[in-house]
Design a binder for this molecule. Structure first.
Ligand SMILES: [Zn+2]
Length: 68
């Protein structure tokens, strides 16, 4: 398992979650605390898929990355 830290914070209502990678390669996943538990779990799965796929290293556009 990768080094991932999941935190719950208030994000704008249209944002489910974001992943930020710091300089040491550690992933910080921020999940919108305003979502229902089910939506939060979906958002975590979504962000973990990005991490597994190394989307943050790819040169593909965000739109393509978000299309799964
Ligand atoms: Zn995404």
């Amino acid at each position: 398992m990768e080094d991932v830290c999941i935190r719950y914070i208030d994000l704008p209502c249209c944002v489910n979650g974001v992943t930020v990678q710091d300089e040491s390669g550690f992933y910080n996943v921020y999940i919108n605390a305003r979502l229902s538990i089910e939506s939060q779990n979906e958002a975590i799965k979504h962000e973990l898929t990005h991490i597994k796929r190394d989307d943050f290293y790819s040169l593909e556009s965000i739109q393509k990355v978000e299309s799964f």
